[in-house]
Design a protein around this ligand. Structure first.
Ligand code: ADP
Ligand code: MG
Ligand code: ZN
Length: 639
């Protein structure tokens, strides 16, 4: 940051090129937007007001307020020779107009002032004493009037205007391109975070290494004509280290890091956010190679369809972002990292090629990952030999990096409170309880019983996949929760691209889907709602086999069409379903029965398969409960 300031301090933003010296504020463009300019206007206005008030007081000679009767007496005695008959006061001067003209007045001489009384004898009195008298026209406090009627309201408006635009633009004063830029510019020296500080995210790191390499040696890629992704989307639950890893990329590559939150773009006025995006990219291009990190991307990139009524401002901002991302080529060395914990609500346009075309998942860490994260955060914490971070990791399934950092911190605080010089395991146990209690309130944890069910469920899928001919091999099994609905997952990766599927392969898929529920049934003699999604998929496959692929006995090679009814109000009979069948009621019944029959047959088959492998099932599931994720190799070794 310090470096950066020095650099920009040398540049002169005003035309003419004279040295402006170091400035606090970034450059502002346009004639009436210079913060200092406005400041000086305000300054002069205040000075002017103060001076004129002082002048008013200074230029008036001393006046003494006296009673009306005394005033009259002084006229009689000849002390007052000239009377100014104002609206509010009569002022008596001890000299005549003549004397005033000749400069014979003595400034220090006393003036008298009185509040007039309605006295008809007053003017004759003055006449008899040859006193000069006169009244001033009403505009005698013209200056004050002007000030009250114009000056002060204008001043107030001016202040409101300034405050308002300061809030809008945050840089103030810039009407035309307010919202210059809110993004905090963090220069190279600031980012000390490296991949070393991010633990338990090896897959994400692997994917980002390429980005780092590109930022370091862009030429290596551009010479060959290679294209590097312009945008990488970091996806993961809150606190899983998305911001951290984005910083680490900048730190590793040693490039400028522009960080801005999606929410910063969303403004009260249409167009402000878009202007901000434009400005951000302009700055970034000037500093390339660099990283633009847009945190909470979902704030601007929400799907345009799902928002009822739409939001012009957000839409414009999003459009501008898309335009900017399309506008620069990867050669320019600007890489946009976006972070979101709700990828499903993003506008599809944002993940199209040339934009955020790469996704890096920051998942909740598994056991090994959690231990590594704990170690990183415990580096500077004094701990005694009772502490076993592995135990802490075991006790914290489903925790993200931020939760774990929190545990270390809580433990240290507890130790300090107890007056210990080192943190011990008891502090950790207490800290875990504390953090768990907090998370439970937020409904973010699954209980041990659920974990067990999930472990058997996923193992069921995996085992059926392993022992079904033609099923895709198991790539990974995990019981680390992913999102709100998925408590675990079994990932199968096909060995080759497939465009066709045989009937057996389809049934194999159904078997694998049913494996989860079958395992639950075998072990717990009870089924859970966890299989809901599997059942939807299995049923869909079987139904399609009958209606679309002509794979049933009765309707071999016949397609049983049903199409979605496009009109809502046209056919009343169809209103309930919205679907038009092109086959008879009897056929519908046949399809339903056939689907049930096939699923049942497959289920029985899967049950007996798993029953035969029950020892393996238990072995794999308990291993899974222990370490939470099993890779392909580890899984193969176990069966
Ligand atoms: P996100 O941006 O995904 O919400 P952050 O990157 O802000 O999460 O993470 C918050 C904090 O949690 C980090 O500053 C770091 O201290 C800790 N943390 C999260 N994930 C990790 C990780 N994988 N390794 C080390 N620390 C982590
Ligand atoms: Mg974040
Ligand atoms: Zn399942």
């Amino acid at each position: 940051m310090a470096d950066d300031k020095k650099k920009s301090g040398k540049k002169c933003w005003e035309s003419g090129g004279k040295d402006c010296g170091p400035r606090k504020e970034p450059p502002l463009i346009g004639p009436f937007n210079n913060g200092q300019f406005n400041f000086s206007i305000l300054f002069f206005v205040i000075i002017f007001l103060v001076l004129s008030v002082i002048n008013m007081f200074l230029s008036q000679p001393k006046e003494e307020l006296i009673e009306f009767s005394d005033f009259k007496k002084k006229i009689e005695t000849g002390e007052i020779m000239r009377v100014e008959m104002g609206e509010q006061y009569y002022i008596g001067y001890p000299y005549t107009k003549e004397a005033m003209k000749n400069g014979k007045t003595v400034q220090s001489k006393q003036l008298y002032k009185t509040v007039p009384v309605n006295d008809p004898a007053f003017v004759p009195l003055m006449d008899s004493k040859n006193v000069e008298y006169f009244t001033l026209p009403a505009q005698n406090n013209f200056l004050l009037n002007l000030l009250l009627t114009w000056g002060i309201p204008i001043l107030i408006m001016f202040i409101i205007w300034r405050v308002l635009f300061k809030r809008i633009g945050n840089m103030g004063s810039n009407v035309l391109s307010f919202g210059q830029n809110k993004s905090q510019i963090v220069a190279e020296g600031d980012i000390k975070v490296t991949f070393h500080d991010v633990a338990g995210a090896d897959e994400a790191k692997e994917e980002l290494v390429e980005v780092v390499d590109f930022l370091k040696n862009p030429r290596k890629y551009t010479e060959i004509g290679g294209k590097i992704p312009k945008g990488v989307l970091l996806v993961g639950p809150p606190g899983s280290g998305k911001t951290l890893i984005a910083k680490a990329v900048a730190g590793e590559a040693g490039v400028t890091f522009f960080r801005i939150s999606g929410a910063d773009f969303v403004e009260m006025f249409v167009g402000v956010g878009a202007a901000r995006v434009r400005d951000l990219f302009k700055q970034a291009r000037a500093k390339a190679p660099c990283i633009i990190f847009i945190d909470e991307l979902d704030a601007i990139a929400k799907s345009r369809v799902t928002v009822v009524g739409g939001n012009d401002e957000r839409e414009q901002t999003l459009n501008q972002l898309l335009v900017e991302m399309d506008g620069f080529d990867s050669v320019s060395g600007v890489i946009v990292l976006g972070a979101t914990n709700r990828p499903e609500i993003l506008d599809p346009a944002i993940i199209r090629p040339g934009r955020f075309d790469r996704q890096v998942v920051m998942d909740r860490p598994d056991l090994a990952g959690r231990e590594a994260i704990l170690r990183i955060h415990a580096e500077n914490v004094k701990m005694d030999e009772t502490v076993d971070l592995k135990e802490v990791a075991k006790a914290t399934p489903g925790f993200v990096g931020a939760d774990l950092a929190n545990i270390i911190n809580e433990a240290a605080l507890l130790a300090v409170r107890a007056g210990q010089s080192k943190v011990n395991q008891k502090d950790f146990d207490e800290a875990i309880e504390k953090v768990i209690a907090g998370l439970q309130k937020k409904n973010k944890l699954i209980n041990p019983r659920e974990r067990e069910i999930v472990a058997y469920h996923e193992t069921g899928h995996a085992l059926v996949a392993a022992f079904t001919k033609g099923a895709d091999p198991v790539h990974k099994i995990s019981i680390v929760p992913r999102g709100i609905s998925a408590l675990g997952y079994t990932l199968q990766l096909p060995t080759e691209d497939r465009f066709l599927m045989t009937k057996d392969e389809l049934l194999g898929k159904v078997d694998v889907l049913l494996g989860g529920r079958a395992a639950e049934k075998l072990i717990f003699n009870q089924v859970s709602t966890g299989a809901a999604n599997d059942l939807v998929n299995a049923t869909e496959i079987v139904r399609k086999m009958i209606t679309d692929y002509g794979m049933s006995e009765k309707f071999e090679n016949v397609v049983l069409n049903s199409r979605k009814n496009p009109t809502f109000l046209g056919e009343r009979a169809e209103l309930n379903t919205g679907v038009v069948r092109e086959y008879s009621e009897n056929t519908q019944q046949y399809i339903d029965e056939e689907v049930t029959k096939i699923i049942n047959e497959q289920y029985v088959k899967v049950l007996s398969l798993l029953k035969g492998k029950i020892e393996t099932l238990k072995k794999v599931a308990s291993r899974l409960l222990e370490i939470e994720t099993l890779g392909a190799e580890a899984f193969k070794a176990l069966i």
